[in-house]
Design a protein around this ligand. Structure first.
Ligand code: KOT
Length: 813
């Protein structure tokens, strides 16, 4: 790897680069221009290694994995790349000499909003770990022109503004025009006999979309590996446009042009909440087909091996079902373009593809209407139909007379294409993302498939990049850890365990307290600057940051806050441990209850914060536009990590791990990865409450829960529910106030057991306050959490995928 020798060389190269790029005096440069200049300088440093990495993979003909994900929530890259190439100090010093502060330059980079939440961020942590472990693995996705909306709060309500993240250009990407491919939509597809009497497929009158890749380097950590995140952009094919124009149908021609450009324009703002739109299906097929074509092309060109050996050299991973069309698309390429028979193509496909499930919420399971699917992807539909026919024939012969089997495992059923069923059938490996979630997949969601293919199923508990979420986000803590146990944990995060002996060390506890206080002050400054509000850094920072969803139960949190407020109002002499409650997260624009939850939080916040009788003891804030960068500010400042989803609903969660790694105490239900966090740290170092997943399941199956009963029996709950609709919290009289939420709790029998878990949650909050009061004990817990968090590094997760699923090995150079 080329490096900058010292700050003098940095300054010289910076000056040269800046002049070429901006043609202006250094003093006139904007912070964004400074950031872009450094980004291009980093690209100069890594470009040789980027080329070399690919050459070595091809020369050694190593097996490579391609991680297909409709989202990659990568966050800013300037700082992580500087850390990756170990040039952060030189850059900082060089900038300082020239009159800039690196800490002010870093925020000039916009967060690429290429994801919604957990699923997209996981994909980003995974490619980070692949490069750090020198594993040959790359990402494949869409280059959305507009990311997820920017969120503003106006009159207590969420307002969505477009996220035009590419306006100033994106210095990390490289457009590869020569690697463009074409993707076909629409037209007619049918089978007919060829000269030899074999069936061949004819696909005619289709419309072609040009897919152009934009590659982003994924830089390894202190090694020479540079992998690739390939993002596809849709362009119209000039040929097709001219053809349409030459026929004389101008309208049709422009309709074609517009519809093509729509494909990579917007990221869908859904998280665990599908809505089956046609454009979304186009996006899915677009990046799947483009990605696969380029992989097959590269394999043939560089590996010189028979297509029948494809799966020995290529692994394809599908991040949930959004890329599940990989299965019929690979079948199509193998059969229609490479002349492989059905049976051989199926074997190659199944051995190549592996699938991860990220949710068991029924409304998030992807299904497409058959007529729409057929119209848009006629050739792919024929293949899916054949997969389904062959499979159901097998099922019927295995379980004769059992008609209900077919319903549970069919790919085509009830006029819909069931993507999860297609994904399981066409993969050799199916995994969940936390132990409890993988168990639920086997026991219920995919139970029938599990009985057919038990060996396919496994668990791979999620992880997070400790480089981004500890080294980069919390340098103060990282350097304290270095000083205490050395820096080997940076390469080997399990070494964080070496902190265990310091859990009761007074000197270490004191320094940890200092670091936490520093981080709370940094956050407090941000809050003061942006919201003109002061928060007490001696209060408990209690944080819930994640997408807004009824199952994640931000409602439970805010109802408890309101309850606490009433306690203080009713007992003016009452003293509680001062608390700062912070929320962050976006609601899907079409998800009414989630948007009402945001409004409720803001209305309560306003009432509490403006009440001088209580606002010394509690404050509530909703922070706008939660994204990766804001996360990097929030996780390090947290005392309490709110992980309070209805048990059995959160597949894993990964924010829980980021809090833990930064020394916060989990206040959570036995859901997702909380279960494993609890096992690592024990009852003494986290606070668990509420219904267990089996109890929740029991209520769903057998009934026996009545939220009206909770309302009648519990005066505190009654008061809170009434407050939602009597105008006492949102002032004005008239209107239904928070009727939508009231109705979800009472008329719709509280699907997520908020009222049932309310009192247990209040007690858990009291337990938190009690423990916080014993500072030494609290510090002990904080240390244990940090020390045990190494397991939740995505390096561990990726090593498991590499060993058990992909069978790929590191490539040193
Ligand atoms: C969205 C749409 C359809 C299917 C799944 C999703 C989805 C799931 N989006 N995000 N998730 C989250 O994925 C994370 C990473 O595995 C999990 O930690 C989290 O529990 C999921 O909700």
């Amino acid at each position: 790897m080329k490096k900058w020798q010292d700050k003098e060389e940095f300054k010289k190269l910076f000056t040269e680069k800046a002049h070429i790029l901006w043609e202006k005096d250094l003093r006139d440069m904007t912070l964004n221009e400074v950031y872009q200049t450094i980004a291009y300088m980093i690209r100069d440093l890594v470009s040789e290694d980027w080329i070399r990495t690919n050459e070595i993979y091809a020369e050694q003909k190593v097996k490579q994995v391609y991680y297909f994900s409709i989202e990659f929530l990568i966050g800013r890259l300037l700082e992580s790349n500087l850390l990756g190439i170990d040039m952060d100090d030189i850059c900082r010093q060089g900038l300082e000499d020239m009159g800039w502060d690196l800490n002010k330059v870093i925020p000039a980079e916009r967060d690429p909003g290429l994801g919604n939440g957990g699923l997209g961020r996981l994909a980003a942590c995974f490619i980070d770990s692949l490069a750090a472990l020198q594993l040959p693995g790359h990402g494949n996705s869409i280059r959305y022109q507009y990311g997820l909306f920017n969120q503003r709060i106006v009159d207590n309500q969420q307002v969505e503004l477009p996220d035009n993240w590419l306006v100033n250009g994106y210095p990390w990407e490289v457009k590869k025009v020569d690697k463009a491919v074409y993707v076909r939509f629409g037209g007619n597809a049918y089978m007919r006999p060829d000269e030899d009497g074999n069936l061949e497929c004819v696909h005619e009158k289709y419309s072609s979309v040009r897919a152009v890749p934009y590659d982003v380097p994924i830089i390894g950590y202190h090694n020479n590996t540079v992998n690739t995140l390939r993002l596809w952009r849709a362009e119209y094919s000039r040929e097709q446009l001219y053809q349409e124009l030459s026929i004389g149908d101008r309208r049709r021609a422009f309709r074609y042009k517009d519809s093509v450009q729509q494909i990579s324009r917007f990221l869908y703002p859904d998280d665990s909440h599908e809505d089956g739109r046609r454009l979304r299906l186009m996006q899915e097929y677009f990046f799947v087909s483009a990605g696969l074509q380029s992989i097959v092309r590269h394999y043939k060109k560089k590996y010189h091996e028979s297509i029948y050996k494809f799966d020995r050299y290529v692994a394809i991973h599908i991040n949930d079902t959004h890329p599940a069309l990989v299965i019929p698309e690979l079948m199509r390429i193998l059969m229609d373009e490479e002349g492989v028979s059905w049976d051989a193509a199926w074997n190659i496909t199944v051995r190549t593809v592996a699938y991860t499930n990220h949710t068991i919420l029924p409304e998030a399971m992807e299904k497409w209407s058959i007529p729409m699917f057929k119209e848009l992807l006629p050739r792919i539909y024929l293949i899916v139909e054949e997969i389904n026919n062959r499979w159901l024939k097998e099922v019927r012969s295995l379980y004769p007379g059992d008609g209900s089997r077919a319903r549970d495992v069919a790919v085509l059923w009830d006029g819909q294409v069931h993507m999860a069923h297609l994904a399981v059938l066409g993969s050799h490996s199916v995994n969940g993302v936390a132990e409890i979630h993988s168990q639920i997949l086997k026991d219920s969601t995919l139970h029938q498939f599990y009985t057919c293919f038990p060996h396919r199923f496994s668990n791979k508990t999620n992880g997070i990049s400790h480089r981004r979420w500890l080294i980069e986000a919390n340098p103060q803590l990282a350097s304290l850890i270095d000083d205490t146990i050395g820096d080997s944990w940076r390469r080997t995060p399990s070494k964080l365990q070496d902190l265990m002996p310091f859990a009761d060390d007074p000197a270490f506890q004191e320094q940890l307290t200092r670091v936490k206080k520093d981080r709370k002050e940094i956050l407090a400054r941000y809050i003061r600057d942006r919201y003109d509000t002061d928060v007490r850094t001696d209060s408990i920072f209690d944080i819930q940051i994640k997408r807004i969803h009824l199952y994640k139960r931000q409602t439970l949190n805010i109802l408890h806050i309101l309850h606490l407020y009433y306690l203080l109002k009713d007992n003016p002499k009452l003293k509680i441990t001062p608390r700062t409650f912070l929320f962050g997260g976006k609601a899907a624009a079409g998800y009414g209850e989630a948007k009402e939850t945001i409004r409720l939080i803001n209305v309560v916040a306003h009432m509490v914060n403006s009440d001088r009788k209580v606002n010394k003891q509690m404050k509530v804030l909703f922070l706008e536009n939660y994204n990766v960068s804001l996360g990097q500010l929030l996780f390090p400042a947290a005392d309490v990590s709110e992980q309070i989803s209805t048990a059995g609903k959160e597949a894993s969660g990964t924010g829980n791990m980021k809090f833990m790694m930064n020394g916060a105490i989990t206040l959570g239900t036995m859901d997702g990865a909380n279960v494993e966090i609890h096992r690592k740290v024990g009852d003494e170092n986290c606070v668990i409450f509420g219904l267990r997943a089996d109890e929740v399941m029991n209520y769903y199956i057998h009934g026996g829960y009545s939220s009206w009963q909770m309302y009648s029996d519990d005066a505190a709950i009654r008061r809170l529910m009434d407050a939602l609709v009597d105008g006492s919290i949102d002032g004005s009289i008239g209107g239904d106030h928070f009727g939508m939420l009231y109705s979800a709790f009472l008329d719709r029998n509280d699907e997520y057991f908020v009222l049932k878990d309310f009192q247990p949650y209040c007690q858990a909050q009291q337990e938190i306050a009690k423990r916080y009061g014993d500072h030494t004990k609290w510090c002990h817990s904080s240390v244990v959490n940090i020390a045990q968090s190494g397991y939740f590094s995505s390096d561990r997760t990726i090593q498991q995928y590499a060993d058990d699923i992909w069978r790929i090995k590191p490539v040193k150079h």
